[in-house]
Ligand binder design. Structure first.
Ligand SMILES: [Zn+2]
Length: 161
């Protein structure tokens, strides 16, 4: 499962000079991008050139903030950044363990939310007869619930007297 990316290849092209883009593209094709890790909007990876460089990307919508520890200073982002950006666009990254647990947490919240919603829907359309039957079954099985039920009914009966 991959999250939807906030940027595309046009954003990368805008940030790089034509030659950086071409060279970065070659780097990517040559498999020079090593494992890229993603947590929230931050990507970190290593790209193998004359030596191995650490590339970091903070993606804030279409605004991409690349950092690389190479010495490139010819304008725009370096070829290592381009190569890593292309790898990310191809889905070649993994979530950090922290990101995995965050995503699981979020999915869990969504799941219980839809479960609550479903319950409300079903409860509303279920026949009273069915609800009574189910309630009776629950109360028979659970003494605590049974006491709660008796108290609830007594209280309501007093209110209506
Ligand atoms: Zn670089």
């Amino acid at each position: 499962m991959k999250t939807k990316l906030s940027f595309d290849i046009a954003d990368l092209k805008l940030l790089a000079t034509h030659s950086s883009f071409e060279r970065g593209s070659d780097y990517y094709d040559q498999g020079r991008v090593k494992k890229v890790m993603n947590e929230r909007n931050i990507y970190e990876g290593k790209v193998k050139g004359t030596s191995t460089y650490d590339v970091r990307l903070v993606a804030d919508g279409h605004a991409l903030d690349f950092a690389c520890n190479c010495t490139y200073e010819m304008g725009g982002i370096c070829k290592h950044a381009v190569a890593m950006g292309l790898a990310i666009l191809d889905g070649e990254y993994e979530f950090t363990p922290e990101e995995v647990s965050k995503l699981q947490e979020e999915n869990g919240t969504m799941l219980s939310y839809s479960n609550t919603y479903l319950f409300e829907e079903i409860f509303y359309i279920a026949k009273d007869e069915l609800k009574t039957q189910f309630l009776h079954q629950l109360l028979t099985q659970n003494e605590q619930l049974r006491n709660d039920f008796i108290q609830y009914v007594n209280r309501r009966a007093k209110e209506h007297r």
